[in-house]
Design a protein around this ligand. Structure first.
Ligand code: TMP
Ligand code: ASP
Length: 236
C-alpha cells in the first residue's frame, strides 16, 4: 500500500490517504514536542521506535479482543490503519499520581491512586487541552450520545487492565497514558492513534527510572536509550 495525499500533519505523525478509502497510513516522525509544542526537538530513530512499540501493543490488545484501527506495520516509520473519525477527546488513564494531576490537585508525585482514574481532555492545542466533565463533552458535541462516554471509559479501563500487568511483568510500572478513539465506517468506537512512550509513562519497577517522554519534558536526556529499552522489554 502506497501513500497518496497528505491529509494531516500533527506534532508526532503525518497521516496519508491510500488507494483504499477505508485505509490510511500514519508516518511516525522523529519530532519531539512538549508543553503544547513550546519545547521542540528531534531525535533520529524515535519515530521508528514508536511505530514498533505501537505495533506490538496494538497486536497485544487485538489478541485480547480490543478493537483498534491497526492493520499492519509497513516499514520503519509507516503503519497502515483503518480510517476512523477521531473523537476529539484525549482519554487519560492514571494508576499513579504524577504530571498534571499532582500539579493540579496537590497529590504527591508517585502516590498510588485508590482506584484507576480516567479523565477526559479536549483535543485542542489552541485551548491547551483543557480537562472536561461529561456535561462539557455533551455541550461541545464531542460524542453523539452520553453513553459513548461510558464506552470510552470502559474501553480505556480494559486497555489498562491488559497493559498494566503486561508491563509489570517486563519490570515497568505503567503510571499513566493517553488514548484516542475514533469511529469506523460503521460508527463503531475503535482505539486509534498510537501507544508509545510519547503518550505513556513507564517507571522501572526497581529504580523508578523514567522510561518515557518525561526524559525530554524534564530535560533528563537518554530518551532514545529509554525507548529502545521499552521496546526490548516488550519483545522479551
Ligand atoms: P499529564 O500528567 O501531563 O496530564 O499527562 C498524562 C498522560 O498523558 C501522560 O502519560 C502523558 C500523556 N499526554 C499525552 O499523550 N499528550 C499530551 O498532550 C499530554 C499533556 C499528556
Ligand atoms: N503532546 C504535547 C505537546 O507536544 C504535550 C506533551 O506530551 O507533554 O506539546
Amino acid at each position: 500500500m502506497q501513500k497518496q495525499d497528505l491529509l494531516y500533519e500533527g506534532k508526532a505523525k503525518k497521516i496519508w490517504s491510500t488507494s483504499d478509502a477505508n485505509l490510511l497510513i500514519s508516518e511516525f516522525k522523529d519530532d519531539l514536542t512538549a508543553f503544547n509544542g513550546e519545547k521542540k526537538d528531534s531525535e533520529s530513530g524515535k519515530g521508528a521506535l514508536n511505530n514498533k512499540i505501537s505495533t506490538e501493543l496494538f497486536k497485544l490488545l487485538e489478541s485480547k479482543g480490543v478493537v483498534t484501527h491497526f492493520v499492519e506495520k509497513l516499514d520503519d516509520n509507516h503503519m497502515l490503519h483503518k480510517k476512523a473519525k477521531i473523537i476529539m477527546i484525549e482519554v487519560v488513564v492514571r494508576n499513579i499520581a504524577t504530571g498534571s494531576l499532582s500539579k493540579r490537585l496537590g497529590i504527591p508525585d508517585g502516590q498510588v491512586l485508590p482506584f484507576v482514574l480516567v479523565e477526559f481532555y479536549l483535543k485542542d492545542d489552541a485551548l491547551n487541552d483543557p480537562i472536561l466533565n461529561d456535561e462539557h463533552c455533551m455541550i461541545l458535541n464531542l460524542v453523539d450520545d452520553v453513553k459513548e462516554l461510558d464506552t470510552l471509559r470502559a474501553m480505556a479501563r480494559n486497555v489498562n487492565s491488559i497493559l498494566k500487568p503486561f508491563f509489570f511483568d517486563k519490570g515497568l510500572n505503567l503510571i499513566d497514558f493517553k488514548l484516542e478513539f475514533g469511529k469506523d465506517k460503521d460508527g463503531n468506537i475503535i482505539l486509534a492513534d498510537e501507544i508509545s512512550p510519547d503518550n505513556c509513562r513507564f517507571w522501572d519497577v526497581n529504580t523508578n527510572e523514567k522510561m518515557d517522554k518525561d526524559r525530554f519534558r524534564q530535560g533528563l536526556g537518554g530518551l532514545k536509550v529509554a525507548y529502545e529499552e521499552v521496546l526490548n522489554r516488550i519483545l522479551k
